[in-house]
Design a protein around this ligand. Structure first.
Ligand code: G
Ligand code: G
Ligand code: MN
Ligand code: NA
Length: 250
C-alpha cells in the first residue's frame, strides 16, 4: 500500500512526523545537535522510512515530502527557540533526487527566512553517493548552501565511491562515518582510523553513527572523534521525549 497515491494522502492528512536522535560531544557527553528522521503514522502504527522512502524516490513524491521535512524542522527550531530558548542544530536527510531538484536551495532559504531560523541551525545530510552522482552539480549546490550559512554533512561516508581529490573541493563541514565501520570497532579499526585522519587533514567535524556499545565509544574517544550518535545513547525519539532528554542532559 506504499504507493504514490497513499503518500500523497499521507502528506495531505498530515500523517508524517519527525523523530529526533541526539548527537553528543563524545568527550563531555553533552547533546550538541540532533538528526531528524521521518516516520509515517498510519492507522495507529508507525511506518519506517525504509519502507516508503524508496517508493517516494522512484515516484518523485520525495520532493514534496522533503519540503515537508524542511518546513517541519524549521517549525521545531522556532518552537525550541520560543519555548525553551534553546538553539541546537537539526540535521535533515536529503535524498539524491531532492538534492538534484532545481528548487532545493531556494526552498531551504525561504523556509529559514519564513521561520526566522539562523541557517547555522539547519544541517543538510547528503550521502556520499548522491554527491558523486554529479560532481559539478554538487559543488555548485553546496557552494550556494554553504555561502548562505547552512551546515553540510556527508552521510554514510565510506560506503560510496568518493574521489578523494574531489572531496577536497566540496565545501562540506562534516563527515559521518557510516555505522558499518563503527560496528567493526574496536577490533577492525582501519577504515574508521583512516576517515578520522582524513577529516582532521581536511578540517572537518567527524560524526560517528551507530554507536551501540561502550567499547566502540571508548575507541572513538581515544581516537579523537568529536561527535557521535547511536542506540548506546538513544534511539530516535518523538519530539517531546527528545526535549525532555535534552533538558535533563544539560
Ligand atoms: O530512522 P531510520 O533508521 O529508520 O531511517 C532509515 C533510513 O531512512 C535512513 O537511511 C535514513 O537516512 C532515511 N531517512 C529517514 N528520514 C528521512 C528523511 O526525512 N528524508 C530522507 N530522504 N531519508 C530519510
Ligand atoms: O542513513 P542514515 O545514516 O541517515 O540512517 C539513520 C538511521 O540509522 C536511522 O534509521 C536510525 O534509526 C539508525 N540508527 C541510529 N543509530 C543506530 C544504531 O546505533 N544502530 C543501528 N543499527 N541503527 C541506528
Ligand atoms: Mn543521516
Ligand atoms: Na548515515
Amino acid at each position: 500500500l506504499r504507493t504514490e497515491a497513499s503518500l500523497h494522502d499521507a502528506l495531505k492528512n498530515n500523517e508524517f512526523l519527525l523523530y529526533f536522535q541526539p548527537k553528543l560531544d563524545l568527550q563531555t557527553g553533552k547533546i550538541t545537535a540532533c538528526e531528524a528522521l521521518i516516520r509515517w503514522h498510519k492507522d495507529g502504527r508507525l511506518i519506517s522510512p525504509i519502507s516508503f522512502i524508496p517508493v517516494a524516490e522512484e515516484t518523485g513524491i520525495i520532493i514534496p515530502i522533503g519540503r515537508w521535512v524542511i518546513e517541519q524542522s524549521c517549525r521545531v527550531l522556532r518552537d525550541w527557540q520560543k519555548k525553551y530558548n534553546f538553539a541546537i542544530p537539526i540535521a535533515i536527510n536529503v535524498a539524491s533526487q531532492q538534492f538534484a531538484d532545481a528548487s532545493l536551495v531556494s526552498d531551504i532559504k525561504q523556509m529559514a527566512l519564513r521561520y526566522q531560523i539562523q541557517p547555522e541551525l539547519l544541517e543538510i545530510e547528503i550521502t556520499e553517493t548522491s554527491l558523486m552522482n554529479d560532481i559539478e552539480l554538487a559543488i555548485n549546490k553546496l557552494e550556494q548552501l554553504k555561502s548562505a550559512g547552512f551546515g553540510i554533512a556527508v552521510d554514510d561516508f565510506g560506503t560510496g565511491y568518493s574521489s578523494l581529490s574531489y572531496l577536497r573541493h566540496l565545501p562540506i563541514t562534516t563527515m559521518k562515518i557510516d555505522r558499518c565501520f563503527v560496528s567493526d570497532l574496536p577490533g577492525d579499526s582501519a577504515i574508521a582510523s583512516t576517515i578520522l585522519m582524513l577529516g582532521k587533514q581536511l578540517n572537518l567535524t567527524i560524526v560517528a553513527e551507530g554507536i551501540e556499545n561502550e567499547m566502540q565509544l571508548d575507541w572513538l574517544k581515544r581516537n579523537q572523534c568529536q561527535i557521535g550518535q547511536g542506540f548506546y545513547f538513544s534511539q530516535p525519539l518523538p519530539q517531546a521525549e527528545f526535549e525532555a532528554l535534552y533538558i535533563a542532559n544539560q
